[in-house]
Design a binder for this molecule. Structure first.
Ligand code: FMN
Length: 274
């Protein structure tokens, strides 16, 4: 039974979803928006406790304001709706925001919506262009709505589990025969996570009781998206674990217990027991 639930969440939601850059004009119904907000307010667990965030939806004529500083290669995605997440700029706020917003994009997939993360080139300029006067900073921008029926975008190919994972130390093989099913699907979910430009600039080190997320230097990914990427990939692991366990393991930014043997172009991010 557990296997069936796990497989469904992984196969139908995490693995199946792909970014959408061409939406139909269909309006997102109010009851769907209510469900998304309910999930964010009542059901979602934070990555970092106590960081205040605010979720805002925008419709209609905000494209001009957003397109000045949102979207890579000068291309902001046209969509019937946008979701922006504002946050207090506390330590790890971008990882926390990425984690929360990823939970929402997976919820959107469950609700039959499509979405695409958009890079924020200038958070202050975007906030000003939208006329927002909150003290919080803009952390995430996501276009969403219903996929146009002529949109045949394919999901970008992702790192294999073998490429994503190492053993106890960076660059060392991992003994996959020790993995149990839940762990393997959690790791597969990480391999399917969205990242800026599909760069996936990270690795996961796996020891006997914990996994360690390690960031890889990537000249194409800016500072903001580097940290959002981490939050997104951490959420994917959590989501698959949470689909099968009442008390899914939580990520921690505390230092690792042992030397991970990281090269100079890699940086330890966070760890999670399993
Ligand atoms: C932080 C972040 C920023 C992104 N920025 C953009 C963007 O500005 N424009 C865009 O078309 N896609 C953007 N993407 C979407 C990625 O290109 C996409 O997730 C990746 O190529 C993987 O494809 P998939 O989502 O179909 O699996 C972004 C994704 C992330 C996580």
């Amino acid at each position: 039974m557990i296997g069936v639930i796990k497989m469904e969440y992984y196969n139908d939601i995490v693995k199946k979803r792909n970014s959408c850059r061409m939406f139909s004009g269909k309006k997102v119904d109010d009851d769907v928006l209510v469900e998304i907000r309910k999930y964010y307010e009542d059901e979602e667990s934070d990555l970092v406790d106590g960081i205040k965030t605010e979720l805002k939806f925008y419709f209609g004529n905000v494209y001009d304001a957003l397109s000045k500083s949102v979207g890579y290669n000068g291309y902001c995605i046209k969509a019937p709706a946008y979701m922006l997440l504002f946050s207090d700029p506390a330590e790890h706020f971008l990882e926390n925001a990425g984690y929360l917003a990823q939970g929402i994009t997976l919820k959107m997939t469950e609700l039959g919506l499509s979405a695409c993360w958009m890079t924020i080139n200038d958070a202050a300029a975007t906030k000003a262009a939208l006329g927002e006067d909150t003290d919080m900073v803009l952390a995430c921008a996501i276009a969403f709505g219903y996929r146009d029926e002529n949109n045949d975008e394919k999901k970008a190919p992702k790192k294999s589990l073998d490429e994503l994972t190492d053993g106890k130390k960076f660059g060392k093989d991992v003994d996959t025969t020790l993995w149990y099913e839940e762990l393997e699907y959690g790791l597969r979910a990480m391999a399917h996570a969205q990242s800026f430009g599909n760069r996936q600039p990270y690795k996961v080190l796996v020891d006997d009781t914990k996994i360690y997320l390690v960031g890889l230097e990537d000249p194409e990914t800016n500072e903001y998206d580097t940290h959002l990427n981490y939050g997104i990939v951490m959420f994917n692991f959590y989501a698959v674990m949470a689909a099968v366990r009442a008390n899914a393991p939580k990520w921690s930014f505390d230092a690792p217990e042992h030397d991970l043997g990281l090269p100079s172009n890699a940086v330890y991010v966070a760890k999670c027991g399993f």
